[in-house]
Ligand binder design. Structure first.
Ligand code: GAR
Length: 200
């Protein structure tokens, strides 16, 4: 029996959500899991530096090394399986996964999305675009969601959500930071622990 679930975190950019998970683990708030691997589809992702600083193994599968999207995804999938990964966390990973991938890790992939699903989600809603859409619609409350990943983009069962107020004069950048600080960095590590505990 495993004592801790080996986790792979997939990132494309800055990796502040990865950092929140690493910090939670360092603080003893992730007793049921262990970040074993950080994978990126972007060789320049700052998330890779964060992983290295924390002593976590990294791997890059980018367009330059594997130009074909399908082959790139298959390479990531095989690598995660070879490494015995038990939970895949999408933390700002900007590639939509195929059904083959999501089935291979059914109920073992979770994603953080920067809105209260089902608002402002689905294909085309990622990063700053989500906050631009929320401000354009004039919502007074937004937030973040952690959900299981299945074949429907942003459509899997919801695990945790947290609401965040939209304030007068918010720009997409200001709102993004508030949603990260007040919601994403709180609920993502909490959801990772919840799911790992369930998987043990
Ligand atoms: C986060 O806000 C995350 O919710 C979002 O990208 C950002 C990544 O930031 N993800 C999506 O929009 C997925 N649809 P980070 O690299 O600093 O964690």
């Amino acid at each position: 029996m495993l004592k801790q679930i080996p986790i792979a975190v997939l990132c494309s950019g800055g990796g502040t959500n990865l950092q929140a998970i690493l910090d939670a683990e360092a603080a003893g708030k992730l007793p049921s899991g262990h970040v074993a691997l950080v994978v990126s589809d972007n060789a320049g992702a700052f998330a890779l530096e964060r992983a290295k600083k924390a002593g976590v193994e990294t791997a890059v599968f980018d367009k330059k090394s594997i130009p074909d999207r399908k082959q790139r995804e298959e390479a990531i999938l095989s690598f995660l399986q070879e490494k015995g990964i038990g939970l895949v966390v999408l933390a700002g990973f900007m590639t939509i996964l195929s059904e083959k991938f999501t089935r291979a890790f059914a109920m073992r992939i979770i994603n953080v999305h920067p809105s209260l699903i089902p608002s402002f989600c689905g294909p085309g809603f990622y990063g700053l675009k989500v906050h631009e859409a929320a401000l354009a619609r004039g919502v007074k409350v937004t937030g973040a969601t952690v959900h299981y990943v299945n074949e429907v983009c942003d459509g899997g069962p919801i695990i945790l959500q947290k609401a965040v107020a939209v304030e007068e004069g918010d720009t997409p950048e200001v709102l993004q930071k508030r949603v990260m600080r007040e919601a994403e960095w709180q609920i993502l590590p909490a959801a990772v622990e919840l799911v790992c505990k369930k998987l043990l």
